[in-house]
Design a protein. Structure first.
Length: 406
C-alpha cells in the first residue's frame, strides 16, 4: 500500500479559500475537486489559517496545511467572500492584506521546498496565482484555475491586469470555469491564452442527486449563496414582493440560505416591502443541511447581476446543484449562468436586474407544474451526460498530464 501511495504524483493546491471543515459552506467545490484528484494523486492543500482551526489535518484523504498571517483573532480577511472589498474600504485591512501576501509567499516557498510537488495548482488569478508565481522555480509545473471574481476584476482594475499577466504567461495549463471568463482572458492577453480547459466546478454534484420527479407542495422558493451585491438578492426580493401580492401566491415563502455583507440591507428591504414574515434568512448552512433546503423547494432562483466593479457570476454552481436535486431553476443572463442553463429546456433565463421579468417568470412556472417537471427531467439528463465521475477523473488526469502510475 505504501508503494502505491508513493507512486502517485503530488499535486499542491495553493488557494486563499478552502472549506474550513467537512460540509463547510465556503467553496465546497474546492474540496470536491481535491477529493476527486486523490484517486490518482496525493493532494496537499495550502490555504490561510482561521481562528480555531488546526495548522495541519487530513479530510477525506486530502492533506491540508494552513499558514498564519496575523494574530489568531485578527485573521479576518479570508473566508468572508469579499477580501478585495475589505482591502479597498479600509487602510488597516490594506496593511493586513500586505502582511497576508508576504506571509503566504514565505509559507509557500517553505512548503514547496519540503514537499517538492510534481504539479502546483493555483486557484484564482489574484491572489492565488500571483503568490504562487512569485514562489515557484522555473522548473515547477504550474496550473491555474480561474473562478470568476478574479477575472472580472481585471476588466476594471489595471493593476489587476498587470498582476495577472505574468502568472498567465508562466502557466503550463489554464482552466476556466466558464466561457465568459475565457473570453475576457483572450481579450486582454491574446488568443493563445484561450486554449485551456473549459470545465465548471461540478465535482460534487452527486451529493445532491434526487431521483424523484415529484415536486414537493411546500410553497417555498429558494436562494442559496453569499449575500453580496453580485448575487442580486435585492432584485429577487422586489420580484417576490410583486408575486405575493396576488392569488394564489400570497402565502408563499422565500428561503434565503447564506450570509454576507448585504444581510442588513436585505432584511431592511424585506421590511420596507412589508413581506418580512414571508422571507426567511437562514444564515450559512453546512452542505448536508443545504440538501434539505433543495428538497423542500418548489423553485430555485439565482438572480445575479453585474456590479459597479464589473463583477459577474462566474458560473452559478448552485444552479447545477438545484438541478441535480430536482428543483426547477430560474437564472439571469449574468456572467456564466447561460452556460449552466439551457433556456427553455433545463431552466429559464431572464434579463439581469429586472424584477418585473423575474416576477413574470416565477409566476409562469409556478402556474404550470407540468412544465417544471419537464425542466427537471431535462436538467437531470443533461448533467448525467456531461458530468459523470469517470469522465471528470479522466478530464483532470489529462489536464494535469498525469499518466497511470507516476
Amino acid at each position: 500500500m505504501a508503494d502505491l501511495v508513493n507512486s502517485k504524483p503530488i499535486i499542491l493546491f495553493n488557494t486563499h479559500v478552502y472549506p474550513r471543515h467537512k460540509n463547510d459552506h465556503v467553496a465546497p467545490f474546492m474540496h470536491d475537486l481535491a477529493k476527486l484528484c486523490t484517486s490518482f494523486a496525493r493532494v496537499v492543500v495550502h490555504c490561510p489559517h482561521a481562528p480555531g482551526l488546526p495548522l495541519e489535518e487530513s479530510i477525506d484523504g486530502v492533506e491540508i496545511r494552513r499558514f498564519k498571517y496575523a494574530a489568531e483573532n485578527k485573521q479576518t480577511l479570508a473566508y468572508q467572500g469579499d477580501m478585495h472589498k475589505q482591502v479597498k474600504k479600509s487602510f488597516f485591512k490594506a496593511l493586513l492584506f500586505y502582511s497576508f501576501l508576504r506571509k503566504w509567499k514565505k509559507a509557500t516557498k517553505i512548503l514547496l521546498r519540503d514537499l517538492n510537488p510534481d504539479i502546483v495548482h493555483a486557484h484564482w488569478l489574484i491572489p492565488g496565482a500571483y503568490i504562487t508565481n512569485k514562489s515557484i522555480t522555473k522548473q515547477t509545473k504550474l496550473c491555474i484555475s480561474m473562478h470568476g471574481t478574479d477575472v472580472f476584476l481585471i476588466n476594471k482594475m489595471k493593476i489587476a491586469q498587470r498582476l495577472a499577466k505574468k502568472s498567465i504567461q508562466r502557466a503550463n495549463n489554464l482552466h476556466f470555469v466558464s466561457n465568459v471568463l475565457r473570453t475576457i482572458i483572450v481579450q486582454h492577453y491574446g488568443d493563445s491564452y484561450g486554449e485551456g480547459l473549459l470545465l465548471p466546478m461540478v465535482f460534487g454534484l452527486e451529493d445532491f442527486r434526487q431521483e424523484s420527479m415529484t415536486l414537493p407542495k411546500t410553497k417555498r422558493i429558494l436562494f442559496v449563496g453569499r449575500l453580496m451585491e453580485v448575487k442580486g438578492i435585492d432584485v429577487l426580493i422586489n420580484a417576490f414582493s410583486k408575486l405575493v401580492k396576488h392569488q394564489p401566491f400570497q402565502d408563499w415563502n422565500l428561503d434565503i440560505v447564506g450570509d454576507g455583507p448585504e444581510r442588513n440591507y436585505l432584511t431592511n428591504l424585506s421590511r420596507e416591502k412589508e413581506i418580512s414574515h414571508l422571507i426567511h434568512f437562514h444564515g450559512s448552512k453546512q452542505r448536508n443541511e443545504i440538501k434539505d433546503f433543495y428538497n423542500q423547494a418548489e423553485l430555485f432562483i439565482l438572480p445575479s447581476k453585474t456590479t459597479s466593479l464589473g463583477e459577474k457570476e462566474g458560473l452559478g454552481l448552485v444552479v447545477l446543484e438545484a438541478m441535480m436535486a430536482g428543483v426547477p431553476v430560474i437564472g439571469t443572463d449574468c456572467g456564466g449562468i447561460r452556460e449552466t442553463i439551457v433556456d427553455g429546456k433545463t431552466g429559464v433565463i431572464v434579463p439581469e436586474n429586472d424584477a418585473d421579468a423575474l416576477h413574470n417568470a416565477m409566476a409562469d412556472l409556478l402556474n404550470t407544474p407540468e412544465r417544471r417537471i419537464e425542466l427537471v427531467k431535462n436538467a437531470h439528463s443533461e448533467i448525467d451526460k456531461r458530468y459523470s465521475t469517470k469522465s471528470l477523473v479522466n478530464t483532470m488526469k489529462n489536464w494535469y498530464g498525469v499518466a497511470d502510475g507516476k
